[in-house]
Design a protein around this ligand. Structure first.
Ligand SMILES: [Cu+2]
Length: 126
């Protein structure tokens, strides 16, 4: 109980100090804070995302991807995500090539072969 309260406090405090969007992974083990460059994810223009992944264990790797579930397709690019020296992850080669309902996926790999997803909906205006 105490441990959970402390963890919750840490998560809340962490979020309060930053204006970047946050998303909690589906099994609630991770929080992903992300910052696209440019600030607004653009239509049909290559952009980057810097992500900070926080949780109770060590992240082995992160994969960032995007898709339009209603259209049954993903991106036309194959983005690349690498860990940086400050512990954040840099994803290059993101390209949302059409307007509409996208989802951005953060797949967090840890403890060897466990993959947990966090996703963010994005309505991209024409
Ligand atoms: Cu589409």
């Amino acid at each position: 109980m105490l441990k959970n309260s402390v963890l919750l406090l840490l998560l809340l405090t962490g979020c309060a100090t930053s204006t970047n969007p946050h998303v909690v992974s589906n099994a609630k083990n991770w929080t992903v804070e992300f910052s696209p460059a440019p600030d607004e994810m653009p239509l049909n223009e290559v952009f980057e995302i810097t992500s900070w992944v926080r949780g109770t264990s060590e992240v082995d790797s992160l994969r960032v991807d995007a898709a339009m579930p209603a259209h049954g397709h993903g991106m036309m690019t194959d983005p690349n995500t690498t860990k940086q020296s400050d512990g954040s992850f840099l994803t290059t080669g993101m390209l949302l090539h059409m307007p509409g309902a996208w989802e951005i996926y953060f797949d967090i790999r840890y403890e060897g072969d466990i993959v947990e997803r966090a996703q963010v909906p994005l309505d991209l205006k024409p």
